[in-house]
Structures are given as C-alpha cells and as structure tokens.
Design a protein around this ligand. Sequence first.
Ligand code: ADE
Ligand code: ZN
Length: 334
Amino acid sequence: MNNFESIIQFINQSPKTELHLHIEGSLEPELMFKLSKRNKVEIPFKSVEEIRSAYNFTNLDSFLKIYYQGSKVLINEEDFFDLTWEYILRCKQDNIVHTEIFFDPQSHLPRGVSFDTVINGIHKALKKAKDEFNISSKIIMCFLRHLDEESCFDVLNQACNHKDKIIGVGLDSSEKGNPPSKFKRLFEKAIAEGFLTVAHAGEEGPPEYIWDSLNLLKIKRVDHGVQCLNDEKLVEKLVKDQIPLTVCPLSNVKLCVFDKLENHNLKKMLDKGLRVMVNSDDPAYFGGYLNKNLIETSKALNLELLDVKKLIENSFKSSFLNDEDKKKWLKKIN
Ligand code: ADE
Ligand code: ZN
C-alpha cells in the first residue's frame, strides 16, 4: 500500500466527529424534490439534475440565496426527521461516531413552521441515531446574522424551552457587514441562560470579526476562521489558547474563498499549531461529506498520516463531549 492509500484507509476506518454541519445544508436534491411534492411546495426546478446544476456559487451570499430557497420544502416534523435521518445514515457510512449539528430556526419560523416542529423532528432522529447506531450528538441553534437583534432574541427565548436538547448557540448567514458586535447583548443573554457559544467568523470576513467573536461573544470555537492567517497577533492568541477552528475545505472552494483546494491554507494552519479540523458544512451543496473532505484535502495538500491523525484528534478534543468520552475516542484513534 502506498502512502496515500494508507491515508485513505485510515480516514475510512477511524472513528470521527463532525463539529460544523448545517442540517439544512444536508438536504440532498432527491429529498428536496420528494418533499416539494409531498408538501406541495413549488421549487423553480423540474428535476434533480436541474437542482444540482444550479449549484454554482461565486461567494457566500450567492449560496445562501439557494440554500434558504431549498429549505422552504421543510414544513412538518416528519420532514425535519427525514432530513436528519438521511444525514445520520451518511455519518454511519463515514464512521462518524459523534456529530454536533447546527439548525437555523429563523429560516423556518416566518413560513409558519413552529420552533417545536423543527427541534422535535431533528431531536427524534438524533435519539434514534443513538439508540440504533450509538452515534452521539449535540444540537447548536444558529442565529441568522443578516436579521435584526429582536428576531434573534425571539428565537433565543424559544430555545430556552428546549435546554434539554440544545447545548449552544452559533452565528451564521451573511458575514460581511454583519459584525459580531451586532450580537453582543444577545450572546450575553444566551450565556446567562447556560448556552455555550460558537460563531462563524473569518470565513469571508476580516480577522477583526474573529477577535470580536472571542472578546464580545465569548465563543468556544471559531467556525471557519481561515482568514486568521492575515493577522499574526491573532494566530499567536489562537495557538496559545488552543481555540478550535472548524475548517470546511470543500465549502471554501465552492464559495470561492480559495480558488482551488491545492491553495487552501489548512496545512499552513496545522503547521502553525492551530487547533484545526475538517468538516463538511453544507455537504449536499458542496459536493461531499466528511470523508470526502478529508480525502480530497489530504490529496490536494499532500498531507501526511500524522497530519490527518491530528485533524481527527483535534476534532474530538474540540467537541462538547465530556472528558471521559473524549479520552475514550482519542485512545481508539491511536
Ligand atoms: N449557513 C449555512 N452554511 C453557511 C456558511 N458556510 N457560512 C455562513 N452561513 C451558513
Ligand atoms: Zn457553516
């Protein structure tokens, strides 16, 4: 077996965790089509192939437009269950043993879908995943940062009725022009209510958004964070405090953050001692689930087996699992 073949084998066989996955971003065209019929929701596509061929993005905003449009087929609890269950089957295929998933209630509530419908559908599928496959999970509710503070406070209040299911809150959607400072009071309230916090920062936006996410939003992890290499002081801080960065390579290429995977900065980040790991973000839109992200990135950046091991270890260390479970899985990798 050559070096690359043994890396692929390691990726396929190793237990893994995923920390950056939008459940609405795992809506495959086949299920979108099926739900549009089941719920009589019109979509501007005549076939699954037509949906796929619309997935050419030039930046984050060009993706978000299609992503929010796709989410409109999700109406009933059963839809959110089916969506989540399909992702869980992919987890099983990829040997993901623990996953921490985002959901975007603000893209459903204005369509008359209740918070309970969304969270209960997702949660029931995750419970079944634990019962049938022993796949564990956490749920993180994301605020849509292009919306105003009031709308975000409204969903935070609703999340407070589901503290048994939701471990934390995050910040996603259109980054540029929607700085973390806009949500300082919101995140203070979320923390006071006992939620952990994370935020998308430095995906397209500047390093200052990463600083502000750390200082104002008190985040435990940076989602993406690839722009941090443009600020030496920031890199120093992220390395010193071992702040996790949930990098999503195929997403970054699809959204033109990097022109090609060979030019992604993940290997540079690893070599600087940053606590990075690989995730799939919105796999139904970006062309691959976790193992494909790991395999293609390893190939494009000539990663060594030790690099790949480090990525997978970092992911377990950065998860919201308890220390005992982290130890158990880290031992299994080695
Ligand atoms: N929502 C879903 N995917 C996202 C991403 N990559 N960045 C920001 N918001 C998102
Ligand atoms: Zn994301």
